[in-house]
Design a binder for this molecule. Structure first.
Ligand SMILES: [Zn+2]
Length: 257
């Protein structure tokens, strides 16, 4: 049984973690609290090296890691100044192992769930297609929730990719993101989207649900516990009514509604 949930802030992003925690607190039977950045609160000496080891150098190669001194220095700077890092994909499972090892012993039990909201892009390797896939979250201890993953991991509407391709044929380069966003029908989240905090709530709840019940997701698309692979589905699941399917509504509808 999960007795306490600790959510960690991601101050270099627009995500307001106190809002996520308030929402969670009204729905789960556990003590919910908020701390500052996980990578600040639980900084260990070898964390930069562990991040360097978890780097994904190519989307089509299973091998990760670059522990050359320059890369470790980069990772040290990224830990100190998170607002300056970006564009690197990390093996989510390796990062999760590293962050689990960074937890103090007395907080590593399964009655305590840590939800590390991160400003890093994380992925998992797809054995079926031989490439890395960006992820919004990796469930477990700690649960990792990636804010960039929220924007980048789910597939965007087909028209988005078509427009991108069309632009490349005409002008030989990629169109600015804003152009794509204004010209493509269909709904998707963009970087720093004002709906970020709201969308993260369901992912934090999935982390709780998994530890509490052992079930990873709900397969009904309307439900906050649905693991969406497309932006349109993500928006359906996280931002449109109803919040939960008929099975999970009685469990998680909460006290503030
Ligand atoms: Zn459900």
């Amino acid at each position: 049984m999960v007795e306490r949930v600790i959510c960690y802030r991601a101050p270099s992003t627009v995500a307001e973690i106190d809002g996520v925690a308030d929402w969670l607190r009204a729905r789960v039977d556990a003590n919910v609290s908020v701390r500052d950045r996980f990578l600040e609160v639980h900084r260990t000496d070898n964390l930069a090296e562990r991040f360097a080891e978890a780097r994904v150098p190519s989307p089509y190669e299973r091998e990760t890691g670059n522990t050359m001194l320059g890369t470790i220095r980069y990772e040290e700077r990224a830990l100190e100044h998170p607002e300056r890092e970006g564009g690197v994909l990390y093996d989510g499972v390796a990062v999760q192992r590293a962050l689990n090892a960074a937890l103090p012993d007395e907080e590593r039990d399964l009655e305590t769930l840590h939800v590390a909201i991160l400003d890093r892009a994380i992925g998992t390797w797809g054995d079926h297609d031989g490439r890395w896939h960006k992820r919004v979250h990796v469930l477990g201890q700690p649960a990792l929730v990636s804010v960039p993953g929220l924007y980048e991991a789910p597939a965007k509407p087909e028209a988005y990719y078509k427009e991108k391709q069309r632009h490349a044929l005409v002008s030989g380069d990629a169109p600015p993101r804003e152009v794509l966003e204004n010209q493509v029908e269909g709904d998707f989240l963009v970087a720093d989207d004002p709906r970020t905090t709201d969308a993260l709530k369901g992912y934090a709840l999935q982390a709780y649900h998994y530890l509490e019940t052992g079930e990873p997701f709900c397969d009904r698309e309307c439900c906050r516990l649905f693991n969406a692979h497309y932006h349109e589905d993500l928006i359906d699941a996280q931002l449109r009514e109803p919040a939960f399917c008929s099975e999970h509504a009685p469990v998680y509808s909460g006290s503030d509604r």
